[in-house]
Ligand binder design. Structure first.
Ligand code: HEM
Length: 225
């Protein structure tokens, strides 16, 4: 994602903002690879915003422009369960892990000037909680009436959103049972989310690059003395 055309792929819109925020840190600590810096910042965000510990280890060696991934390998938010499965099965994730990963939408929001979609998934978009699953199950969702891309809004407040690719999690029986499990038990979701994100952050990295055999559990700022 450091190079064109990958940095300009539609599914990466807006990530330039995060990359630019991290660039001064890269300048100050040039010995860290972009692969390590960007995954570490993801770990820090999840942990500092109240989420589970994400086991992480350093060593990723940055690739070259010629190794850019082709467009079309990232999930398309307008698509259904077959597409979501194709994308994540290719990376080695099963249905349970797909549902666990999508809970990442507890954080943040969609922006019309980035993806075209609009709004947050939860009422607490700066906290990692299992409310994404609870809202999916407990709220009534309807197509939003607007000029933008097809997305759902909650009927009650019309202030929350679900992407078509999020909503398949309650339309598909095998996905839905995990939505229920994670809505009922946040600890279970934290455990599964942590394991899946840790794997996602190591995908495609040759094991010999890592400096440690076992990932580390990093302290949060409020745990440091
Ligand atoms: C089917 C898979 C997925 C699809 C289709 C998808 C799609 C999207 C879209 C369209 C946005 C809005 C971008 C914008 O307008 O700014 C977004 C944002 C976001 N996604 Fe996903 N995503 C998927 C999986 C994931 C996963 C696995 C995670 C993390 C574990 C994740 C974390 C986030 C976060 C935190 C944001 C908010 C960004 C912000 O607030 O600026 N997503 N995603």
């Amino acid at each position: 994602m450091r190079f064109d055309p990958e940095s300009k792929h539609g599914a990466n819109n807006g990530l330039n903002i995060a990359r630019d925020l991290l660039e001064p840190i890269k300048q100050e600590f040039p010995w860290i690879s972009y692969g390590d810096l960007w995954t570490l910042s993801g770990v820090a965000a999840i942990q500092e915003l109240g989420g589970p510990k994400i086991p992480w280890r350093p060593g990723r060696v940055d690739g070259l422009a010629a190794q850019c991934t082709p467009d079309g390998r990232l999930p398309d938010a307008s698509q259904g369960s077959d597409h979501v499965r194709n994308i994540f099965y290719r990376m080695g994730f099963n249905d349970q892990e797909i549902v666990a990963l999508l809970g990442g939408h507890a954080l943040g929001r969609c922006h019309t000037d980035r993806s075209g979609y609009d709004g947050p998934w939860t009422f607490s978009p700066t906290s990692v909680t299992n409310s994404f699953y609870k809202l999916l199950l407990e709220e009534k969702w309807a197509w939003k009436k607007w000029g933008g891309p097809k997305q759902y809004e909650d009927k009650k407040t019309q202030s929350l959103m679900m992407l078509p690719a999020d909503y398949v999690l309650v339309q598909d029986k095998n996905f839905k049972k995990w939505v229920k499990a994670y809505a009922d038990d946040e600890d279970l979701w934290f455990k599964d989310f942590s394991a899946s994100v840790a794997r996602l952050f190591e995908l495609g990295v040759p094991t010999q690059q890592f400096v440690a055999a076992e990932p580390w559990i990093l302290k949060n700022t409020d745990e440091k003395n």
